[in-house]
Design a protein around this ligand. Structure first.
Ligand code: X2X
Length: 334
């Protein structure tokens, strides 16, 4: 009897093992993005898909669904959908995933990162690793960084040079309640809204302003919906993260996991370089279309920094004291 049991157990183990090792790859994996191929963000996803297809000799196929269509336009649901396996993969913004991963609010702390060197010091250092660990802990495997970019402020009403200029302006924001705090403390009137709803709201004047990277302002032609004042205040930058749902990730062989990861790293580096290189031309194109572009003087910049200190007090405990400190040190030592 004993013997029979162990034979049965062995058979069962073999069946289980072979099912696991022969886990069929899907014919196609879904990749979610908010912005399509006309934007650097969409191009980052395109590049990843192309590299994976090429390097796997067509064994691993991915299909991009842009405009957050897999989550009916609600970009703040993308992370949950990936975690639950409704979406296989994504190239997503830290802003949109921060409701589920509070550590991602790090990048939204106003004026934490004065320049690209600061952003890179965070993503490429210990703080970046801690952020990836936080994503992983919540059921999604992060593979590489990409870039949406430094977010600049536009509005239809007036020139913004100091906090009081924002007084009463209705500003569209997305993702995290942190943005409510930043804009409220500056005296503005923030409204949380998906990207799908943003342009219509700007068109009708339901909101007066928005904040997004220059590439988004340019490609989406935000100036055509009355956004004629643009302030380059570089108050935050949202990196993109290439990621795979854990459920899907665990089905890939170690070799294919390495392939997917390296392709994401290469696609991310390619896109970061490209989007930074295009910035000057993008700004020139925006100015040429008649948008009034304002750069802040040092003292104007300092006034914004001072006015947003309360955001740090409230959000540092939620993000994690250690992580914020690690990031601040990376920025000072850059
Ligand atoms: O909705 C936005 O502002 C966008 C496109 O930049 C993000 O998805 C964060």
């Amino acid at each position: 009897m004993l013997k029979r049991c162990s034979v049965l157990a062995a058979v069962a183990a073999t069946v289980l093992f072979s099912t696991a090792s022969q886990a069929q790859y899907k014919d196609e994996y879904t990749v979610s993005t908010v912005l399509p191929s006309a934007f650097p963000w969409g191009q980052a996803a395109d590049k990843w898909v192309e590299l994976v297809k090429e390097r796997s000799d067509g064994r691993i196929n991915m299909k991009i669904y842009s405009n957050s269509q897999l989550v009916a336009g609600d970009q703040t649901k993308e992370f949950s959908a990936m975690r639950s396996g409704l979406i296989d993969m994504a190239v997503g913004s830290t802003i949109n995933w921060s409701p589920q991963v509070p550590e991602l609010n790090l990048f939204s702390l106003p004026f934490l990162m004065p320049d690209y060197a600061a952003l890179d010091a965070i993503t490429q250092g210990e703080a970046g690793k801690a952020v990836f660990a936080a994503i992983e802990k919540r059921g999604v495997t992060p593979l590489a960084w990409g870039e949406n970019g430094f977010r600049e402020l536009s509005n239809s009403k007036r020139t913004i040079q100091e906090p009081s200029d924002l007084d009463g302006l209705k500003i569209r924001v997305v993702g995290s309640p942190l943005f409510q705090d930043t804009f409220t403390t500056l005296g503005a009137n923030p409204t949380q809204m998906s990207w799908a709803d943003a342009k219509p709201a700007l068109t009708t004047g339901a909101v007066d302003g928005q904040e997004n990277p220059l590439s988004v302002f340019d490609v989406a032609r935000i100036d055509q919906v009355g956004q004629t004042h643009l302030t380059l205040w570089h108050y935050m930058a949202d990196p993109l993260v290439f990621a795979v749902s854990n459920q899907v990730w665990n089905q890939f062989s170690p070799e294919d996991q390495a392939l997917l990861k390296q392709a994401a790293i290469d696609a991310g580096q390619w896109e970061i370089k490209k989007s930074r290189a295009e910035l000057d031309d993008t700004l020139a194109a925006i100015e040429e279309r008649g948008v009034e572009v304002t750069e802040l003087t040092q003292s104007q910049h300092d006034a914004f920094v001072k006015a947003t200190q309360s955001v740090y007090e409230k959000w540092t405990p939620r993000i994690g004291e250690d992580l914020v400190k690690q990031a601040q040190e990376a920025v000072s030592n850059r």
